[in-house]
Ligand binder design. Structure first.
Ligand code: BGC
Length: 747
């Protein structure tokens, strides 16, 4: 480590902001290099040097797809591949994973997040960080914290009570920080209780460093710093992108004026220097992947092109979620006459819009896998991946303009966001009354499908519906696709053909009025560049689907937990539903949903037996799962805990453990889950001076299920109070004390 005492104050300050968009500052005099960071999380997004033109990289399924895999090892392997590509390109930190909660299915960036559940997000986020970092490249855990909407994202102030933050919005971050030690954590854009995350000492220092023991670098989201000195004092080490020295000078002046202790600067510098020094070997060609194994550049090239494409296909297949399969119409009979309908079959929707957009090395399209099938596009689709050529074409097609006002990178990305917003608006208008062209395409599709035994419709959301810096306003498919599905369902009723819908979307949608009129629904998510082959593998039964939704699919937007407070008003959004997000909400209300959290079908069946509980220091839960059907298959076994007797209102059930199994026909396997006191605990705001995790003694319900609404085994156990905590303060007593505790603490 270079000697920090050898640095001048100016040099130290310079290390605390970027050189530009993607590089940190070097100190040549002392041989301290710059490091390069690049976007993820679904593939490497490294700028070529030409603004908005990216180095080709493998586009993997987006996080919401990977969430549905429930597969830690798959996530880890994908992250290793992304790390390898980063290293080959000299990028030393990949900006991902994102583990924010899906407070509403409308959030435009949900495709970048794993789940509505903090345990699942935290486990998959940890696997991602471990994977990237295992090849000597750093990860950046983002966006810390409570960044759950895109509208007003840089200003909105989140008002959430501390228990909600601890149990829901911080929990995935906590798990990843403790289990995987990411080299960097990225703060979010929004405010929390009026204070920007970049200046929020409670978040960045009290919680992250003092409670969770984090000693890596806290980096800002791009342009999220509003007051450099306040941010530094709050715990924000590295400001990105650079500000051409402006904010470095502010730090220097504050120290000279005695407003900022130089030791704060030194601490941040120590962390940044350590990051640079631990990251630097990643840039050395031939970096050792594992002991004795060095890859040459050409080997890496090959890996990227072929092996990573194959991995992307395997990953996409592991994410595909079979939502509905009435009458077992899937897998398809190989001799069936198939009509493929839907423009997404010819131009795949592989990813969402914004900073995670990868320029893929190649893109598979479903039509390539259905060579003999009849095809019609059925609706208008302007292929757009979020890189410039397509964007320009797209905007031209939508009569919008890309404004490059030449004011530098930050402004340009703001212009891009604005352009995408305009494009989205245009797309929505296009989704209104059907044009003559839309009607013509539907008529043509019906004609093409009339002799088919099976109609496979590729439907889903246009890119403009799912992108950074914007949220959806509806959960429905676009109007032209609804009309298409209506006509094809009527055709099915007449001809007796099977109607199969393959969906490409990064987040939950509603399925009225077409749901009950189709035979099968295959959720392919935003599956990355090799998704089309994976879908074909599932449709023809070469792969047995094993994805399970990591987010509830509601029946209607009005049912969603945040409906009445989304997206806030007058600068503030109140998380009034508290800890009851996702399935926690629907279960509390006992409300029907379209597809519950954890749901996903298989071509085989599984039996759950032999539930056993052993209570020692921890609680050991075992059961046996058997593949009772005719095919190899994979099952996600889910363990939920409920605490009906608690003093505070708790969700009916909360996911506390899961395992993904692979079983041959007839095979049985034991599954063991070890639960810790924390798995039974809630955040008691009234425990001790600042609140604490409390295991409140009493009865707990343990459930093992194939989904949150398909519970197969259940039992009740009794646990004693946590002896390390003071007794529970009864509500009457709290009232006597006055309600102020509820708002104290981190403000
Ligand atoms: C996004 C981050 C991203 C960064 C760099 C920001 O706008 O919120 O997720 O890593 O840009 O592109």
């Amino acid at each position: 480590m270079i000697d920090i005492a050898a640095l001048t104050l100016e040099e130290k300050a310079s290390l605390l902001s970027g050189h530009d968009d993607w590089y940190t500052e070097a100190i040549d005099r002392l041989g301290l290099p710059a490091i390069e960071v690049g976007d993820g999380p679904h593939g490497l997004r490294k700028e070529t040097g030409v603004d908005m033109v990216w180095v080709p990289a493998t586009g993997f399924p987006t996080a919401s797809a990977m969430g549905a895999s429930w597969d830690r090892d798959l996530v880890r392997r994908v992250a290793v591949a992304i790390g390898e590509e980063a290293r080959a390109e000299g990028v030393q930190v990949v900006l991902g994973p994102g583990v924010n909660m899906k407070r509403s299915p409308l959030c435009g960036r949900n495709f970048e997040y794993f789940s509505e559940d903090p345990l699942l997000s935290g486990e998959l986020g940890s696997a991602y960080v471990k994977g990237v970092q295992s090849v000597g490249v750093g990860a950046s855990l983002k966006h810390f914290a409570a960044n759950n909407q895109e509208i007003e994202r840089t200003r909105i102030s989140v008002e959430a009570d501390e228990r909600t933050l601890r149990e829901i919005y911080l929990a995935a971050f906590e798990r990843v920080v403790k289990a995987a030690d990411p080299w960097t954590v990225m703060c979010s854009y929004n405010r929390l209780h009026g204070v920007h995350a970049s200046e929020n000492r409670w978040l960045l220092t009290t919680i992250l460093r003092e409670e969770w023991g984090y000693d890596g670098v806290v980096v800002s989201d791009w342009n999220a710093v509003h007051h450099r000195v306040r941010a530094l004092a709050a715990g924000l080490d590295l400001e990105m992108p650079g500000t051409a020295g402006k904010t470095d000078a502010e730090i220097v002046s504050a120290v000279r004026a005695g407003e900022l202790d130089e030791s704060v600067v030194d601490e941040a510098v120590r962390r940044v220097v350590r990051l640079v020094e631990r990251a630097h070997p990643a840039a050395v060609p031939g970096f050792e992947v594992s002991p004795g194994a060095r890859l040459t550049d050409s080997q890496l090239e090959l890996l990227r092109a072929d092996e990573h494409h194959a991995l992307a296909r395997e990953a996409a297949a592991g994410c595909v979620t079979l939502l509905r399969n009435e009458g077992g119409v899937l897998p398809l009979n190989p001799s069936a006459r198939v009509a493929v309908i839907g423009a997404f079959a010819a131009h795949a929707r592989i990813q969402g819009g914004g900073s995670s957009g990868v320029d893929p090395t190649r893109v598979d399209n479903a039509l390539d896998f259905f060579e003999a099938a009849a095809y019609a596009p059925g609706y208008v689709h302007t292929p757009l991946n979020a890189y410039q050529d397509d964007l320009t074409a797209y905007l031209a097609a939508h009569d919008a303009t890309f404004v490059d006002d030449g004011r530098g990178p930050a402004r340009r990305s703001a212009a891009l966001a604005e352009a995408l917003r305009l494009a989205a608006a245009a797309e929505r208008v296009a989704a209104g009354p059907l044009s003559a062209e839309a009607r013509r395409l539907i008529d043509e599709a019906v004609l093409v499908a009339q002799d088919a035994d099976v109609i496979v419709v590729f439907a889903g959301l246009p890119l403009a519906f799912e992108q950074e810096a914007d949220d959806r306003t509806t959960l429905s498919l676009p109007a032209d696709q609804l009309a298409l599905l209506d006509r094809l369902a009527s055709l099915r009723d007449r001809t007796g053909a099977d109607l199969v819908v393959v969906l490409s979307n990064g987040a939950a949608i509603t399925m009225d009025p077409w749901h009950d009129r189709v035979d099968a629904i295959v959720e392919a998510w935003l599956p990355g560049q090799a998704g089309a082959g994976a879908v074909a593998d599932v449709l023809y039964g070469r792969v047995n689907p094993s994805g399970k939704v990591a987010e509830t699919f509601p029946l209607a937007l009005e049912d969603t937990p945040s409906y009445v407070t989304w997206t806030g008003e007058r600068g503030t959004v109140l998380y009034g539903e508290g800890v009851f997000i996702g399935y926690r909400w629907y279960d509390a209300l006992n409300r029907p949903v379209r597809y519950p959290f954890g749901h996903g079908l298989s071509y085989t069946t599984f039996d759950y037996t032999n539930l056993n509980i052993k209570i020692t220091d921890s609680v050991r839960v075992t059961c046996t799962v058997t593949n009772t059907g005719p095919r190899h298959g994979r099952e996600v076994v889910q363990l939920y805990i409920g605490d009906p007797d608690a003093t505070v209102r708790r969700p009916v059930r909360e996911l506390r453990a899961f395992e993904k199994l692979t079983l041959a026909p007839g095979e049985s396997t034991p599954v063991t889950f070890d639960l810790t006191p924390r798995d039974f605990a809630y955040w008691d705001i009234a425990a001790g001076p600042h609140g604490a995790w409390r295991l409140e003694g009493g009865e707990f319900v343990i459930e093992i299920g194939a989904s949150s609404r398909d519970i197969r085994l259940q039992t009740t156990i009794t646990l004693p109070d946590d002896p390390t905590l003071p007794p529970i303060i009864p509500d009457e007593k709290l009232l006597e004390l006055g309600g102020s505790r509820f708002t104290q603490g981190h403000r």
